[in-house]
Design a binder for this molecule. Structure first.
Ligand SMILES: Cc1cc2nc3c(=O)[nH]c(=O)nc-3n(C[C@H](O)[C@H](O)[C@H](O)COP(=O)(O)OP(=O)(O)OC[C@H]3O[C@@H](n4cnc5c(N)ncnc54)[C@H](O)[C@@H]3O)c2cc1C
Length: 398
């Protein structure tokens, strides 16, 4: 049977896209080489902008029912200053979560199935099929290694940073900045945290998140150039990266998992549409994880692409479809561009002492605190707060 859309990859981008298209009544196949529940190398904090998608899709309550602790306070430590607050609600939703990917991704896959998408796990896409210069489907191996094909009007690569679909269509990288950070994380018991804690220091960032099963996920990042040094003694360097008070708390707890880490953190947009194909999620756009936007951006991409395909698949015109896919890419880049720039600035891990007085002013002023929280949460452009006139107004000529 031919499908409207075949999606390669069934995590944060692919599974919601399959769900949304199936809810439109489209014939959708989504494949993943893994079987769910399945973990991946990623921390998993979700700002209100991210949980708002789950809310809209009817999945937030399901996530809450998995025992994922709701998060309602953010503590941002910048140099000697601590700013505490929470981002404003997005579509009435101000709760944050940090669900294990084993739980979140399985929930998204189930939602795709429930909506009527055909989900095939343990299937690896090997090649794309083409017809008259357009991508026309996939060639894949099933779990037993048996090859099969699936035809579709649109093939979507939701297959992550190292996208096979992107490579097959030779999607160019159109904006890029080399990796700025690297890091390791692990899950701890006995290290309670009320809300999330972010520590931005010269050359390092530490992120502390409460997650399922009473555990705390702690990421310790460093400048990318320190990767080899960091890897030479992961535990020693990880612990050395913690502020002394946090190191004491961690010392009283217990590490429950091995360290996981990566330095493969490029900042880039890929061309994400062409004749009969599209990219979504990390395949289309990757940015340093420091700002915690990847899952929300995958959700955003899924929603924008589903909307574009709703129009593009009406009728049988390739021109209409191609125009809709071009519109998707444009809309996605407009929505994510400001945070891309802000992420590059933050991930440089520079802590200019000159900004400490401004952070002190932010900590003293509830309006500025709210603005900072909204910048962190990805709903206020950084330049709305970090601009010369606001900074001068609050810290004078200093
Ligand atoms: C260290 C780290 C920390 C992060 N922390 C956060 C955070 O706190 N908050 C946040 O919002 N984001 C975070 N992110 C980003 C987030 O993990 C990603 O943006 C998100 O996972 C992207 O989802 P995706 O569905 O596009 O891709 P992926 O999650 O990479 O999923 C791609 C899927 O495609 C499948 N696949 C690949 N190739 C094939 C093939 N040939 N055939 C079949 N299947 C295939 C894979 O098996 C995989 O399941 C972090 C990332 C990293 C690396």
């Amino acid at each position: 049977m031919s499908h409207d859309v075949v999606i390669v990859g069934a995590r944060c981008a692919g599974a919601p896209l399959a769900m949304l298209l199936a809810r439109q009544g489209r014939r959708v196949l989504v494949l993943d080489r893994t079987r769910f529940p399945s973990d991946t190398v990623s921390t998993h904090f979700m700002w209100p902008r991210t949980t708002a998608f789950l809310d809209r899709w009817g999945l937030r309550e399901k996530l809450a029912a998995t025992g994922c602790p709701p998060i309602d306070v953010v503590r941002m430590h910048w140099g000697p200053v601590t700013v505490q607050g929470r981002p404003a609600a997005v579509d009435g939703n101000d709760t944050m979560y940090c669900p294990r990917r084993t739980v979140l991704d399985a929930l998204l896959v189930q939602a795709a199935r429930d909506a009527g998408a055909e989900v095939r796990e343990g299937c690896t896409v090997r090649n794309l099929m083409t017809e008259d210069g357009r991508v026309a489907g996939i060639v894949a191996d099933d779990a037993e290694g048996k090859s099969f094909t699936a035809m579709a009007r649109v093939t979507v690569g939701a297959d992550g940073l190292f996208s096979h679909v992107a490579a097959a269509v030779e999607a160019p990288i159109e904006r890029t900045h080399p990796p700025l950070t690297c890091g390791f994380y692990a899950y701890w018991s006995g290290v309670p945290t009320e809300g999330v804690e972010f520590y931005l220091r010269e050359g390092r960032d530490v992120l502390v998140f409460p997650t399922h099963d009473g555990r705390t996920c702690i990421w310790v990042g460093r400048s990318a150039c320190e990767w080899n040094l960091y890897r030479s003694d992961v535990e020693g360097n990880y612990l050395a990266g913690l502020d002394s008070s946090l190191r004491e708390r961690v010392g009283a707890g217990r590490r429950e998992t091995p360290f996981k880490g990566t330095n493969k953190l490029p900042n880039q947009y890929r061309r994400s549409h062409g004749p009969g194909w599209a990219l979504v999620g990390d395949a289309a756009y990757h940015r340093d994880p420091l700002t915690g936007m990847g899952i929300g951006d995958a959700f955003l991409g899924a929603e924008l692409l589903a909307e574009a395909l709703h129009t593009g698949l009406e009728g049988n015109s390739d021109d209409v479809l191609d125009a809709a896919l071009a519109g998707y890419e444009k809309a996605f880049r407009e929505r994510t561009g400001p945070v891309f720039d802000y992420t590059l600035q933050s991930a440089a891990l520079k802590n200019p002492a000159a900004l400490v007085p401004f952070y002190e002013a932010i900590a003293r002023n509830s309006g500025l605190t709210q603005s900072l929280m909204d910048v962190l949460g990805g709903t206020l452009p950084a330049r709305a707060l970090f601009n010369a006139s606001t900074i001068t107004r609050y810290i004078g000529g200093a």
